[in-house]
Structure formats: structure tokens, C-alpha cells
Design a protein around this ligand. Structure first.
Ligand code: GCB
Length: 604
């Protein structure tokens, strides 16, 4: 049984200091801080040999592209000129915006001008990036302000010192080369979209500002039964006592003025939960929450719910729930590259809802914040994951730190979202003592950040002995929900699903986090004919019947919502660089299997 402890999250999270000089800990709910958007057209230079960063002896150069230098005299030699380069839309990946960049993996420099004022006395200006894939160096007016690693998590830097009145230059060096020691590692089954793929924002904040806050429904065991209360925690960016903060939830008639302690922190609970309408897929109720400090008000929409496990059940608000899910990649329909924003989220989530889903697995990395919020608004529960995928360098401490940072960033950004119920720390990782050590450490760390949600990871079962599939994974001790991927009917045991039996020897709920097979939309034939819709349809029939025989099955997320781009999928005429396991085509057309899934979910 889990107890909701919002405060431990903030306390451990806020003491984290893994940020570079100008970088400051992530600001909670950036969109509510009256941001100025720096989205739009940015100039870019493709820099295959990192000419703009290293000199010809491979030493970092002081005269790099980040200076945006211009010849001052006729004889000056400057061998680049952003102003004459073409542009790319930000946010967006470069692969789908320029044909010559479709397969490109390497360094691209982005540049734009923006007008601003130096912050007034007592004010600061922060620069925020929703995500840059993969390795980003950020420069304002030629000065380095941030370095961030990890392609799917946000970061922000204080650029007050670098800003000028009038025109300013912002340059980002983006490198998406794959490396063995990265997270994800060198190989993965999705397109390595490069670029500034999420929003870029400027935010003005007071010198002392609300950095983070957390509101959660907490269930406290008492002598007679349980008591529910809303816990509230807040952290300023400075350790400042005596700062007054007003928390108000008008619909609940909550209005309290609270004062920070010497750590710049508030930690309290609000008893008033009478009449509280809980967030759930049927009633995705969110309350307007206002947090005011020094004349600035942050407005959020927050839902309250509990999530816990009991034996092999998952309980939402105390009631067992079956998670009718689907896996989703963060990719637009129609070959449009990386998804971002509410419109893309609405498209993808509407497709999931056509299947009757109440749950999505946002694979294999944290998706953009719009996606999570749109799912929350629609009443869709979420599994959120970091890209510890396949063969991570388990013994490399830097790789571990990288994974841990991505986990921290993911949880920091989304810990107020009621719909996120599972943090997933990995996908299909090969068994070894080193991997257990790495992932065990990560799971424990995740709990120190947030012990109000469930922890899981996608394990795997790849073979059966005499049709008996048995899950064995040492990581079972560390997770709350035992999840695994299996591809009976596709990679293995074609035709044998009806004979398969399953054993999960742990007293924990079970999610089959991937299953499925490929089909080309519009290709028809016999049901034993690979790539036809009928083959996939039959696979879904047999798999759903098989899954019904798993004791303790608490949910599934078949692979995958729609066909998605992958460099590993090269079969001409069929794949053409798409993984075809979508139950929808890339254009959003429904394949036959999708109706089988919908029918099955109707009965759940
Ligand atoms: C998996 C992976 C997923 C792949 C999928 C496939 O097990 O987790 O990322 O895309 O299989 O299609 O093979």
C-alpha cells in the first residue's frame, strides 16, 4: 500500500544540484508565467565537422559560430553568416523540414534575434527550452548560458546577465549523434529526430520566485480508518524566510496565506477535502489553483486522486481499475516528424480514445508537456518513461548520472499531473548483475523523488518452455507493477498463442506493456500472410484471448498506436523506414486489428 507523500518529493528534488552555472532548477508550470515565445523561424548552419566549435587542432575555439561574428573591416575573414542561411521552424525536427537533413545525425547550429530589455532591478529573465535533441549548448550574445544533455526533457537558464536592451542573439548548438554511452544508447527503434523540438520561452520573474510547488491528495492512516487531506509544498529559488504566499482553490473555498521557512519552503496540508470531486477517467475533474507571491499569480489546473496497489490490483481512488491502454510515440501523423503542442496531442489522443483507451504508455521517453496535460484534461491515465532502452552502458557512472538526471527532469516537470500514475525506468533491458545494480539504484532514486506514484519498467518474456511462459526478473522487487513485453505471433511462436500459458510469480499487478505485429494499411490477404491487415487482426484476436488467461492482468498497452518512422525498418514496399505495428496507419487510417482491440476493451 502506498502512502501519498508529496513533501518528500520536493525536499529531495530541490536539494539536487546537477545544474550548470547559468542553469537554474526547472521552473514549475512555465506556461503560467506569462512567457514570451521565441518559437518561429530560426536560421541554421549544418556543421558536419563541428567547425564552429573546434579549431583545426580539435580544441574548443574562442571564435566559434556562437559569436555570430560579422566582418567589421573589408579584410576581415569570417567564414559563416547565419543571416544568409535558410531557416527551420522551431519547435520542430530538422529531418522532416529539409530533404537534405532527413537522415542527418550530427551538429546543427540554430540562430535567431530577439528583442528584450535588461531586467529591471529585482527582476530576472529566464530562458526555457521544452526539449532539444540531444546535446545542446546555448549562447546568448556570444556567452555560454547552458549545456543540456537528454533529448526529451526541459531546462532553463538565468540569462539576466547576458541580456541587452534592444536586439539580442540566441544561438543553440544541437548535436544528435548517437553514442554507446548515451541514454538512449546507440541503437533504438525510432527516428532520431534532431533539433529544437519543443517550445522556447522567455520568462520574467522576480529575483525571489516560486520555483516549484506540489499539490497532492494524501491518504493518512488513522486509528479509525483513513483521512484524506491535500498536501501543499512550495519551494522558492532562494532560501528566504518570511516570504508570503497565498494559495487559493476557489471551488474548495481554500484561501490561505502561508510564510516560507528559512529554507524558502512551505510544507503544509489542507484538511478541507469534504465534497472533493476526485479526478478519474470518468470525471477528469481539475480544480483551478492560484498561487500568488510578490504580486505574481501562477494559475494551474490540478486534479486530486489516489493511486496504489493491493495484491495484483491497481486501485484508482480506492477502486480496482483495468488499464485499457496503447503505446504511443511522440510523432505527428502524415510523416510529419516530432509532435508538439495541443493540436498534435489531440490528434493522437483522439485516436487512442477511438479504441476505448483510458490509459496511454508514452513510449520510450518523456513526451511534451502539452501531451500530458491534454491527456489529463481528457481523463486519460499515463505511463511516463525515460529512454533506458535496450543495451545501456550499465557500468558507466556518467551514463547512470545521465539517466538519473532525465528521471529527475521528467518528475520535476510533471509531478502535479493527476493522470500520471506510473514512472517507468526502462524498456527491454538485458539481464545482468550490472543492469540490476543500475536500475535498482534508479528505482530507489525515483522513490526518493516521488513515492506517491507507482514505479514500473517494461521487462520481457521472449520464450516458453512447452508453451509455459514464466516471467523472471530480479527487478521485480523494485517495481510496484510488473510489466513485460511479449511478441507471440510476430517475433516468436506464430500460430501458438492459443496454446500459451503465462505465469507471473509475483504478488503484484501485471501490465503487458507491449504486444502486437505489423501490417500495411490496405494490404489484404489470408490471415497467415505477413503484413496483411488480416494477419494483424488475427494476431490481435489470438493475443487478446491469451492475455485474458494471465492471472492478475491489470492492463495492457499494445504496440503501437500508429505506424512510426524507424531507420531499422527497411523492407521496400512494406516498411520503407516505418515500423508498421500501428493499429492505425501513419495517416490515421484504422487497420482491422484496431476494431478487435476496441471490442476487447469494451468488455473490460
Ligand atoms: C520492442 C520495443 C519497441 C519496438 C518494438 C518492435 O520491444 O520496445 O521500441 O519498436 O519492440 O516493433 O519491435
Amino acid at each position: 500500500m502506498k502512502r501519498l507523500l508529496a513533501l518528500s518529493f520536493l525536499i529531495s528534488h530541490l536539494s539536487f544540484s546537477g545544474v550548470a552555472a547559468q542553469e537554474v532548477p526547472l521552473v514549475q508550470n512555465i506556461f503560467a508565467r506569462n512567457p514570451t515565445s521565441l518559437n518561429g523561424q530560426w536560421h541554421y548552419i549544418v556543421d558536419v565537422q563541428e567547425e564552429g566549435y573546434y579549431d583545426y587542432r580539435m580544441n574548443p575555439t574562442r571564435w566559434g559560430f556562437f559569436l555570430n561574428a560579422k566582418p567589421q573591416r573589408p579584410e576581415d575573414l569570417i567564414e559563416y553568416d547565419f543571416d544568409k542561411e535558410p531557416t527551420l521552424q522551431v519547435p520542430g525536427d530538422w529531418n522532416t523540414q529539409s530533404e537534405r537533413l532527413f537522415f542527418y545525425e550530427g551538429t546543427v547550429w540554430y540562430q535567431r534575434y530577439f528583442s528584450a530589455q535588461k531586467p529591471d532591478q529585482g527582476q530576472r529573465t529566464l530562458l526555457y527550452f521544452g526539449a532539444v535533441n540531444y546535446d545542446a549548448h546555448v549562447y546568448v550574445n556570444g556567452q555560454h548560458v547552458a549545456h543540456h544533455i537528454g533529448g526529451f526533457t526541459p531546462f532553463n537558464a538565468d540569462i539576466s546577465q547576458q541580456l541587452r536592451d534592444g536586439e539580442n542573439t540566441l544561438i543553440v548548438k544541437v548535436d544528435n549523434k548517437r553514442h554507446k554511452d548515451n541514454v538512449p544508447t546507440q541503437i533504438f527503434d525510432w527516428w532520431n529526430y534532431g533539433g529544437i523540438t519543443r517550445d522556447v520561452l522567455l520568462v520574467s520573474v522576480p529575483e525571489t520566485y516560486v520555483e516549484d510547488y506540489s499539490l497532492q491528495l494524501e491518504k493518512r492512516k488513522e486509528e479509525r480508518g483513513e483521512k484524506r487531506e491535500i498536501s501543499f509544498a512550495l519551494q522558492l529559488n532562494q532560501k528566504k524566510a518570511g516570504e508570503r504566499v497565498t494559495l487559493s482553490i476557489p471551488e474548495l473555498k481554500v484561501r490561505e496565506t502561508l510564510t516560507t521557512n528559512a529554507e524558502g519552503r512551505i510544507a503544509t496540508s489542507i484538511g478541507k477535502t469534504g465534497g472533493l470531486q476526485l479526478w478519474s477517467p470518468d470525471t477528469p475533474k481539475r480544480y483551478r489553483v492560484e498561487i500568488s507571491h510578490r504580486g505574481k499569480t501562477i494559475v494551474d489546473s490540478i486534479g486530486f486522486r489516489t493511486i496504489e496497489t493491493r495484491g495484483k490490483q491497481i486501485l484508482l481512488n480506492g477502486q480496482p481499475i483495468f488499464l485499457k491502454g496503447i503505446c504511443i510515440h511522440e510523432e505527428k501523423t502524415d510523416g510529419g516528424g516530432r509532435a508538439n503542442g495541443t493540436r498534435d496531442a489531440a490528434t493522437l489522443l483522439s485516436m487512442a480514445q477511438q479504441l476505448g483507451c483510458n490509459f496511454v504508455r508514452l513510449a520510450h521517453y518523456p513526451h511534451n508537456e502539452w501531451m500530458v496535460r491534454e491527456a489529463e484534461r481528457r481523463g486519460i491515465l499515463v505511463w511516463s518513461e525515460i529512454p533506458c532502452y535496450w543495451t545501456i552502458s550499465w557500468t558507466n557512472e556518467q551514463t547512470y548520472q545521465n539517466a538519473q538526471q532525465q528521471l529527475t527532469d521528467m518528475i520535476s516537470r510533471d509531478h502535479n499531473r493527476a493522470n500520471i500514475i506510473i514512472w517507468s525506468i526502462a524498456n527491454e533491458t538485458p539481464h545482468s548483475p550490472e543492469r540490476d545494480q543500475f536500475l535498482g539504484r534508479l528505482a530507489k532514486y525515483a522513490r526518493t523523488l516521488d513515492n506517491t506514484r507507482l514505479i514500473s519498467m517494461a521487462m520481457e518474456v521472449t520464450s516458453a518452455s512447452n508453451y509455459k511462459n514464466r516471467l523472471h526478473d530480479n527487478m521485480h522487487e523494485y517495481v510496484d507493477v510488473v510489466s513485460f513485453n511479449q511478441y507471440v505471433g510476430w517475433y516468436r511462436d506464430v500460430n501458438d498463442a492459443p496454446k500459451m500459458e503465462w505465469e507471473v510469480p509475483y504478488d503484484k499487478p501485471v501490465i503487458v506493456s507491449e504486444w502486437g505485429g505489423g501490417a500495411k494499411y490496405g494490404l489484404h490477404g489470408a490471415r497467415n500472410q505477413r503484413w496483411t491487415e488480416e494477419f494483424q487482426e488475427n494476431l490481435y484476436r489470438e493475443n487478446t484471448a491469451m492475455l485474458d488467461r494471465i492471472d492478475g492482468l491489470a492492463g495492457t498497452t499494445p504496440w503501437v498506436l500508429k505506424d512510426f518512422r524507424s531507420p531499422r525498418r527497411v523492407l521496400p514496399g512494406i516498411q520503407d523506414y516505418y515500423n508498421m505495428k500501428g493499429v492505425f496507419s501513419d495517416r490515421g487510417q484504422r487497420k482491422k486489428a484496431s476494431f478487435v482491440l476496441e471490442e476487447w476493451y469494451k468488455g473490460k
